[in-house]
Design a protein around this ligand. Sequence first.
Ligand code: NAD
Length: 368
Amino acid sequence: MNTYNIAALAGDGIGPEVMREAIKVLRATEKRFNFKLIITDAPVGWAGIDFAKKALPDKTLAICKASDSILFGSVGLPDRDPTIPKEERPERAALLRLRKEFGLFANLRPVKLPKVLAHACPLAKERQGDGIDILVVRELTGGMYFGQPKKTEDLGGGNQRAIDTMVYTTPEIERIAHVAFKAAQLRRKKLTSIDKANVLENGILWREVVTRVGKQYPDVALDHMFVDNGAMQLMLKPTQFDVLLCENMFGDILSDEAAALGGSLGMLPSASLGATNGNQTFGFYEPAGGTAPDIAGKDLANPIAQILSAALMLRHSFGLNEAAAAIESAVEHAIESGHRTGDIYSASEPNARRVGTRAMGDAIAAVM
Ligand code: NAD
């Protein structure tokens, strides 16, 4: 039987509540699909500061390094101790450190709006077709956010010049393109690559390299779109997209735009992938939302984002595609049978039943 080591870093706010439900669903899944997970909990965020005066305690980092993947909740509590310097606060000291430590270069954000949740989407129903189902693949370690030089110069006379540099190399584009094409092969086999090839040198290289990599995936239909048009098309006709491949900054913007279509932050998982070793890929899996302090500890949080993050881990880190798909269809089943946490509840739905975090997790685990 295949065995995988998982570091479970629940973090702050709703983190522990939604993590508990994700682990419940994973336990039900391993029984059905005959694999074994060794899950080790470790404190992070304010929980880490309380435990070892550090948002990412050394012990937690050691557990992560000894694991095959990290399942992460969220960190940060805006009302806790404002005197702590920003580089020691959880969002930087834990999240950014982990991303850097594990070389997470690919960010995957699926957005799925089931037809029955049409009321939760800001777009008119006729634009939603049979439901929205998009995967944004964003390059996470290159481009404008990291390129050098990056500085602000004094020009004298009270004027300054700020410089950010957009840099991509062929291997950086190739590796993210492979991630996107492979993801498309597991979906509807359509990939739209986003660039600004009409203005940017980076855009020209991006388009050339993605086109070349695409020749290795003849079963995936590839098209290219300028980022400004892509932003507009997401609002006009989101159903035309399957996988969207973007460089870092365009992906940052478009993945949040696409997230708005998903109805609630509580429904949106995400995966950040690092290096592949044999047939396993190190990954960091977390909900798209934060710690939701307004609803923490009240059994109100939607655990679906965390549960779907666990499904992404099974698929992208361990190749357990059937088990991942089974979790996703158990989530759909729970929604179709009327289970609604507060964030996706509407009194206008005749069959909807308002449930808490625990009851939503129970309903999904029961289907598994
Ligand atoms: P947030 O995502 O925590 O909350 C925004 C809104 O969405 C709130 O109304 C919240 O109740 C709701 N929401 C979020 N997740 C939900 C869920 N699972 N179910 C139901 N409703 C949900 O964003 P915020 O309030 O801006 O940030 C709170 C804290 O979280 C901050 O300290 C922020 O830095 C941190 N944060 C952390 C991460 C992370 O760990 N990756 C990401 C975003 C924000």
